[in-house]
Ligand binder design. Sequence first.
Ligand code: ATP
Ligand code: MG
Length: 237
Amino acid sequence: MLAIENILVRYGSITALHDISIKVQTGELVALIGANGAGKTTTLTTVAGNLKPVTGDIQFENTSIASLSPEQIIRKGIAIVPEGREIFASLTVEENLKLGAYIRRDRSEFKRDLDETVTMFPILGERIHQQGGTLSGGEQQQLAVARALMSHPKLLMMDEPSLGLAPALVDQIFELIVKLHDSGMTILLVEQNVERTLDIVKRAYLLKNGRVEAEGAPEVIRKHVDIESVYLGSKVN
Ligand SMILES: Nc1ncnc2c1ncn2[C@@H]1O[C@H](COP(=O)(O)OP(=O)(O)OP(=O)(O)O)[C@@H](O)[C@H]1O
Ligand SMILES: [Mg+2]
């Protein structure tokens, strides 16, 4: 479904991704792990169209999306749950969800999607007219995921969904990811919670300094010598 092919991405004079190639097949749950600054967020941001690769290509369903705008990419069926959630604090839960559905103009469709969302995330139903900023961290994370799902994506990218959540809520988020994957969603997951992540995926990529350091089954990644430092690195910060 997604093929990131040898992309090089820069912020001005800083090269953040040197030569990244990543594949995600339809229905797969693939993880992207690595220490702070490895290039995980930059990879997702580039797929979402907010950064442009200097060289290399990004193919989605066998066509290049590397030069498309972020909105065109959403319309192709790629949604992102951004790092830090980025929900709108002063808008209600319903308004936040509406923003996720903006590419779907039909009002009756929105109503139906909203009903589905509330069924999947009952707590959001209870809080539907509450301002986003008044939700707890775990509820805000659910809202960020629900908002991304409102565009009916074929590929869902999530950037550190468990970050900053209490252990019980981390469990909830991982359960949600497994549930979405079981329901057929294709997911590219960025996580620093390495052990938990390797427990739920069949394939992962380990990034280091803007390059793919290792890729393959969880056993392969686990065995990799750097795993401990990656894990500790994430705990220190
Ligand atoms: N807006 C920016 N301007 C300049 N450099 C940036 C910018 N954003 C990221 N970088 C640099 O690009 C590199 C990759 O950053 P990125 O945010 O992709 O890492 P990450 O793997 O997501 O890290 P973290 O685990 O801390 O979220 C880092 O060296 C970072 O300093
Ligand atoms: Mg990041």
